[in-house]
Design a binder for this molecule. Structure first.
Ligand SMILES: CC(C)(COP(=O)(O)OP(=O)(O)OC[C@H]1O[C@@H](n2cnc3c(N)ncnc32)[C@H](O)[C@@H]1OP(=O)(O)O)[C@@H](O)C(=O)NCCC(=O)NCCS
Length: 142
């Protein structure tokens, strides 16, 4: 754990306006606080990183509790990136999902970050996107 930070594994006490702002600052879609709250509260695993009372990072995963899981919304405030916090979030979640397949789509340009954490590219990855046109434009699908 990088010095001066703490990790929180529940949604209790989370300020979802602050969370929505964090995810917006990391350019991970633009959902409002109510929608972010629904997503994080509906997830099997959440991880939040704080420096004192400031929310500086987050991540969440869905799991069937047996062998399949998916990772979403991994983000670190821009000013706090490059300090090992992204690694902390992903490793914390993956440790809890040990023994399960964990799939996700990396943001364009962030593939090498996940490769450093032992993740492999999927050669048959398929998605039924909410907005296929937008995802094509952003480089997630050909
Ligand atoms: C991707 C993100 C979570 C990484 O968080 P971070 O705290 O900056 O990453 P860390 O400091 O933990 O980096 C861990 C390792 O990955 C490397 N790394 C980080 N970002 C990288 C990138 N874009 N490309 C290659 N390597 C990267 C670091 O150099 C570090 O390497 P090291 O362990 O050998 O020193 C952060 O950049 C972010 O929030 N980006 C915007 C949101 C986003 O794209 N999230 C991913 C959604 S799939």
């Amino acid at each position: 754990m990088p010095h001066g930070y703490r990790i929180v594994r529940s949604n209790e006490g989370i300020d979802f306006d602050e969370l929505a702002a964090l995810l917006k600052s990391a350019d991970l879609a633009d959902f409002d606080a109510v929608t972010r709250k629904k997503a994080f509260e509906g997830s099997s695993i959440v991880a939040y990183v704080f420096q004192k009372d400031l929310l500086v990072g987050c991540g969440r995963a869905l799991s069937d509790g047996a062998y399949e899981a998916a990772l979403y919304d991994v983000a670190v405030l821009p000013a706090y990136q490059g300090r090992g916090l992204g690694r902390l979030i992903v490793e914390t979640i993956l440790a809890e999902l040990e023994g399960q397949n964990v799939i996700f789509f990396a943001s364009v340009g962030k593939e090498a970050f996940y490769e450093k954490l032992g993740c492999l590219r999927m050669s048959t990855g398929m998605a039924h996107w909410r907005n296929p046109q937008r995802m094509r434009e952003r480089g997630y699908s050909a």
